[in-house]
Design a protein around this ligand. Structure first.
Ligand code: ADP
Ligand code: MG
Length: 584
């Protein structure tokens, strides 16, 4: 499901004002400078009229010339300052939107992430926000200053000659009618163009994330077509928007030419009849010329707004995705270091309303301390148990308690700070090995890091890497093997000094020697911490204090290895096949 399918919110202009509000005074300052620029420009025709007047009466023109040069220079200086202030403010609006979007995306509920394309979300932060720049300067300011300048110019023109003003207004009204037909097309094309950029981001993310598989499958041509198709769609829609924008801009330009010619004709006739003098006609024609700029900025404001409102919509859609609450005051006192006790009580859960239930009433209790193992066929719902404990999702019914308190009562960050979680296929993030470990606990000192490195049996790897813990790993550096990645993830989780340690198939890729060593480590940790492990290989859990056998979203049996081998046929079968394989 695309997030574009979300319900619609407030109109784009209101959203825009929300983004702009923190910068309103800078914007007003910049706009005032633009207005002053316009005003100095507007005075030129009046001075020109005096100049012509002086000339025709054989008077000295020095004063008028000096005034004109001063105006021209002031016009240039104010114009430069104004456009700098406006551009700077617009960039601040973009910055604000990027900051709030990135903070928001980090707080997204996992459910929201499950249903979105990360590449598309990325495009909303990077690409859509840039459009806010134009919307702010060109639309908001353009409409404000252009509109004011337009009105002021028209008023001045009315003083110069009301009849010629009437002629001008008639032409403008005609152009306005044409524009109302053109503008909606720009909005639609703009939205489609931005959506296509989102699709492209999504495809890129998909392909680059699995480039090895794409290459190994010889799927490049197919993926290339998909990427090109998205790029071309963005091109098509942008060209369409450009076509309508050009039409709008030229309608305004054409209207001004028509106004100029009409004013020249009507004004010429009026000069001939002596209704006005030639200086008045020249001044009026100059005004028509000066009308061009505000009219064009009003038209640009409207067209930009239509294109930019698409980006605003896309930004707002992302900001409406369900998110976790921002960290608030803690409802509960800070957890101590004591190991946690956990209980599932008749938990029913499905990942989405249109998906089947994954947990059909899961019940088990885990006392503080000791190791509890979860075993069962893949798809049984073991990983889901851990996801629910981390509150990536909330159960549909039933309760989960930590230390006797409902998980929903814990402040999320406090809950998660109690837990060390090694997810199935835990990734190594790009950055140094040390960064990867400190992700779990930024405050850990060097001794502590050295200790978990030894505990997780990473010391040989660290010694071998060219820059030890400082070596870049992950995307931008040394790639680690599956088993090395797993040990990094375990070290990261241990560094959190968790009260509850969740290991989801965390040693599945280790060699026998390392696995046996880590089994001892985990048994050691379990003396002071509550440890939950999901293990595919039963050999790793035979010594667990209790084993929870899960199948198809239900708990079949709970007991020790010895009890279950006789009490539970599924477990007995798993044990038999695996130990046979191991022995063979
Ligand atoms: P296990 O860890 O025991 O192999 P999981 O808990 O990962 O099983 O998955 C249980 C079921 O839930 C599977 O059928 C799986 O397809 C489904 N499932 C897991 N994660 C998601 C998800 N994010 N969205 C939808 N379905 C999911
Ligand atoms: Mg799993």
């Amino acid at each position: 499901m695309s997030i574009a399918a979300q319900q619609s919110g407030p109109p784009a202009w209101r959203v825009l004002l929300g983004h702009v509000r923190p910068h309103r005074w800078a914007l007003v300052g910049g706009a005032s400078l633009s207005l002053l620029t316009g005003a100095t420009g507007l005075m030129l025709p009046l001075v020109a009229r005096d100049l012509i007047d002086d000339l025709s009466h054989d008077r000295a023109v020095t004063g008028a010339l000096v005034l004109m040069s001063a105006l021209v220079m002031a016009n240039a200086a104010l114009g430069a300052l104004g456009s700098y202030v406006l551009r700077r403010t617009a960039e601040s609006v973009v910055l604000g939107a990027r900051r709030s979007l990135s903070s928001y995306l980090l707080r997204l509920r996992i459910t929201a992430v499950d249903r979105s394309e990360p590449g598309d979300l990325m495009a909303r932060v990077t690409s859509d926000t840039t459009l806010l720049r134009e919307v702010t300067t060109d639309s908001l300011v353009g409409l404000g200053t252009g509109g004011l300048t337009l009105v002021a110019t028209l008023v001045l023109m009315g003083f110069v000659d009301p009849v010629l003003l009437g002629v001008t207004l008639a032409v403008i009204a005609g152009a306005g009618t044409v524009l109302t037909l053109i503008v909606p097309h720009i909005g639609r094309a703009g939205r489609r163009a931005q959506d296509a950029v989102g699709v492209m981001g999504a495809s890129l993310e998909r392909v680059l994330g699995a480039l090895r598989t794409v290459k190994a499958s010889g799927a490049e041509p197919r993926e290339e077509r998909a990427l090109h198709e998205a790029a071309e769609e963005s091109w098509r829609q942008s060209v369409r928007a450009a076509k309508w924008s050009a039409a709008a801009g030229n309608t305004a330009g054409l209207a001004m030419q028509v106004a100029f010619i009409t004013v020249l004709a009507v004004g010429g006739a009026r000069v001939a009849t002596g209704a006005i003098d030639i200086g008045t006609l020249v001044a009026f024609l100059l005004f028509v010329f000066y009308l061009m700029m505000p009219i064009q900025s009003v038209v640009a404001a409207i067209t930009r707004y239509r294109a930019g409102s698409a980006a605003l919509d896309r930004i707002q859609e992302a900001l409406r995705l369900p998110a976790e609450p921002a960290a608030g005051p803690a409802a509960l006192p800070a957890p101590g270091a004591a190991p946690a006790a956990l209980a599932f009580e008749d938990v029913r859960f499905r990942y989405a309303d249109d998906l089947p239930y994954v947990h059909h009433g899961v019940t088990f209790t885990v006392p503080a301390r000791g190791m509890t193992a979860f075993v069962g066929p893949s798809g049984a719902g073991k990983t889901t148990v851990f996801s629910l404990i981390e509150r990536f999702y909330d159960p549909d019914s039933g309760t989960i308690t930590l230390d006797g308190r409902d998980l929903a009562d814990w402040e999320l960050s406090r809950l998660r700070s109690s837990i060390g979680y090694v997810e199935q296929d835990a990734p190594v993030l790009s950055g140094s090995l040390r960064d990867n470990l400190l992700l779990g606990n930024r405050e850990a000192d060097d001794d502590e890091v050295a200790r978990v490195v030894r505990t997780a049996r990473l010391d040989a790897l660290v010694a071998r890497l060219p820059e030890g813990l400082g070596t870049l790993v992950g995307h931008r550096g040394t790639k680690l093997s599956g088993g090395e990645r797993q040990r990094v993830a375990i070290a990261r989780a241990l560094l959190r000094r968790p009260r509850l340690l969740l290991l989801d198939e965390a040693t599945s890729q280790l060699d026998a020697v390392n696995e046996a060593a880590l089994r001892d480590t985990v048994a050691d940790v379990a003396r002071t911490t509550t440890v939950l492990v999901v293990a595919h290989r039963l050999s790793t859990v035979t010594t667990a204090d209790r084993i929870v056998v899960m199948d198809a979203g239900r708990v079949r049996a709970v007991g020790t290895h010895r009890e279950l081998v006789t009490a539970d046929p599924l477990y007995a079968e798993l044990a038999a096949t695996q130990f046979l394989t191991a022995a063979g």
